[in-house]
Design a protein around this ligand. Structure first.
Ligand SMILES: [Zn+2]
Length: 256
């Protein structure tokens, strides 16, 4: 089977020692499509270089709410320039809101400015949300997404998931599905329409069950897929086909 990792930070330093080997190994093990989100201005060029070097790597650029102290106000202008210059960029991200961090007004302002940019360039957004699902839903009701988006590492309720999906936002499922105790999330994903889900690892974070303390990599996607399939009634191959289609659809890659 062929898989996609819709959200992995392969640009992070944790991968400096073996990034090339890992990306090659991913392709060999069927994880054929890797989407790397950009968390801050200083990282964008590295991600763009990776996507130029590897045909299975797709770049996103954005300003992540957890790195607010690194962002400057003119980073938004820089983001606009990069989007103009690099048509290979598949999404604006990682952006979003994190209510466990401070400076909520500035978070909100940067989030909304980046949604505006994504809409202008007709790109989807890749969103981080911690304790912020309802606030993000409010923003998206005011500011509709032109090309949809992804809420990555979703761990909210079924009802919230359905609301996101109504607004054109895919739900990203990662290693959490491998944990028996993550009942709420597992149940939500077992009931959601298959058309609304994509798989991701959030590597190097979000380790899968049994591999806590280890670096997470996209090579774990087949295990996440298997754990997800065990919660669903559909055939494994059909689930795989649909999830691949969803990733291609979300990032505008159909026909590539
Ligand atoms: Zn992330």
């Amino acid at each position: 089977m062929v898989y996609a990792d819709a959200h992995c930070h392969l640009d992070f330093d944790e991968f400096d020692i073996d990034r090339h080997e890992l990306i090659v190994q991913c392709a060999a093990s069927g994880v054929k499509l890797l989407v790397i989100p950009g968390v801050g201005r200083a990282r964008w060029s590295k991600i763009l270089r990776l996507s130029a070097k590897y045909s299975n790597v797709y770049p996103c650029v954005g300003l992540h709410p957890c790195f607010l102290d690194l962002h400057r106000d003119d980073d938004i202008t820089a983001l606009e320039r990069v989007l103009l210059m690099h048509r290979e960029i598949v999404a604006v991200g990682e952006i979003g809101l994190d209510l466990t961090m401070g400076q909520q007004a500035r978070q909100l302002s940067m989030f909304e400015q980046q949604i505006d940019l994504a809409n202008r360039f007709k790109l989807p957004v890749v969103m981080h949300s911690r304790k912020a699902h309802n606030l993000i839903l409010q923003v998206l009701k005011r500011k509709a997404l032109v090309s949809g988006g992804l809420i990555h590492g979703f761990s909210g309720s079924y009802e919230q998931a359905v609301e996101f999906w109504r607004l054109g936002v895919y739900l990203g499922l990662g290693g959490v599905v491998t944990y028996e105790r993550a009942q709420k999330t597992r149940q939500a994903f077992s009931k959601l329409p298959l058309e609304s889900i994509v798989l991701e690892t959030d590597s190097p974070d979000m380790p899968i069950s049994g591999k806590q303390g280890e670096r997470n990599t996209p090579l774990n996607i087949p295990l996440i897929h298997k754990a997800f399939c065990s919660t669903r009634a559909e055939r494994e191959e059909d689930i795989n086909d649909q999830l691949m289609k969803n990733t291609l659809n979300l990032f505008g890659m159909l026909g590539h």
